[in-house]
Design a protein around this ligand. Structure first.
Ligand SMILES: O=C(O)CCC(=O)C(=O)O
Ligand SMILES: [Fe+2]
Length: 351
């Protein structure tokens, strides 16, 4: 292999340190109190809500175990993902995304204008998904996103659809716990997800001969409400620890999910919880797979700090923004490479 394509090379300050801090990992939270059907145990739920609240506040990231998503289903999905990516580029490009429909395969994503060392297959969770036609605020036309139908592996689409149903149940449960932890009613956020724009992503990070120069995904924050990530046993996800701004590796825990608070919860909670920066390291020996589910509200959602969480002493820190316009703007800028920074929530911050 010759020299690395400069499109992949990170600026010096953003290159990963290959000596890794694995100290003091993100909190691990056992969700089994949610699944004791006979007699509800309010004190166990209270304790869980407190744990979730402090994980959101101190880290913005945590892992959950006993989460209710069947392990066999996750394994089937992971196996299907491996088979899909093992195909030739030509086969994968038969389900390529395009400028209109962002669902499908591509291998050219850039994060902050540096190319990521990965290939991706995106699949919206509700097909079709209603979405603004453009990010222009004065254009109120709406269009639809739909999914491609990968022909291989044969049951891929059916397995994805089954998995989405299960992971969505977990998303709603987490949302309730987060609402309770903010002193809100459990179902406070539910209405925003009736016509949700969520999607699932399959990431494949091939081995990379330049792990000191490139990243699988450059540093970023997730724009949605919540992310529910399945990572394999290889490891590589790093989170910027809030206490000291160090990058720490999230050690793989078999069958657990990694949860992180996205920008929307940051805005809803008026910065009580913050969306935390993360990135993915690659390694020269092993490929890695991960499957995030991005839990996104309906396109017409006006995202703004909740009234219950603001008052005269704590006024709203953000101007309202339209989620659909924000999302379309993001998708457009990740598809066509622009030299400018893409849209971020701090653009709506009230000084
Ligand atoms: O692969 C991972 O561990 C995380 C990927 C990620 O952060 C993303 O796709 O937004
Ligand atoms: Fe992410």
């Amino acid at each position: 292999m010759g020299d690395i394509d400069p499109a992949f090379v990170q600026e010096e300050e953003h290159r990963p340190k290959l000596s890794i801090i694995e100290a003091q990992g993100i909190p691990e939270i056992d969700l089994s109190p949610l699944f004791h059907h006979q007699v509800p145990n309010p004190s166990a739920i209270d304790a869980l809500v407190k744990e979730i609240g402090s994980a959101c506040k101190e880290w913005g990231f945590f892992q959950v175990t006993n989460h209710g998503v069947p392990q066999s289903l996750r394994q089937k999905l992971e196996e299907a993902s491996r088979l899909f990516f093992a195909q030739s580029l030509e086969e994968k490009r038969k389900v390529a995304r395009d400028a209109i429909n962002p669902s499908g395969y591509y291998d050219t994503e850039h994060t902050k204008n540096v190319r990521d060392w990965k290939e991706v297959f995106d699949f919206i969770s509700h097909d079709p998904t209603l979405i603004p036609l453009s990010s222009d605020e004065n254009d109120d036309r709406v269009t639809q996103w739909t999914n491609p139908s990968p022909q291989y592996p044969p049951q891929f689409r059916a397995i994805i659809e089954e998995y989405i149903q299960e992971v969505e149940k977990l998303a709603y449960r987490l949302l309730e716990l987060i609402a309770l932890s903010l002193g809100l009613e459990a179902k406070r956020f539910e209405e925003f997800f009736k016509d949700q724009t969520s999607f699932i992503r399959f990431n494949h990070y091939p081995p990379c001969p330049y792990p000191h120069l490139a990243l699988g995904v450059g540093r970023h924050k997730d724009a949605g409400a919540l992310t529910i990530l399945a990572q394999d046993e290889v490891g590589g996800l790093e989170v910027k620890r809030k206490s000291d701004q160090e990058w720490v590796l999230v050690k793989p825990t078999p069958d657990a999910y990694i949860i992180n608070v996205g920008d929307i919860i940051q805005v809803w909670s008026n910065d009580t919880y913050e969306s935390v920066e993360h990135r993915v390291m690659v390694n020269s020996a092993r490929e890695r797979f991960s499957i995030p589910f991005f839990f996104f509200p309906a396109h017409y959602t006006e995202v703004k700090p909740l009234e219950e969480l603001t008052n005269e002493e704590n006024p709203p820190k953000y101007r309202p923004y339209n989620w659909g316009k924000f999302l379309v703007n993001r998708k457009g800028s990740n598809f066509a490479k622009k030299k400018v920074e893409n849209i971020q929530i701090y653009h709506y911050k009230i000084a």
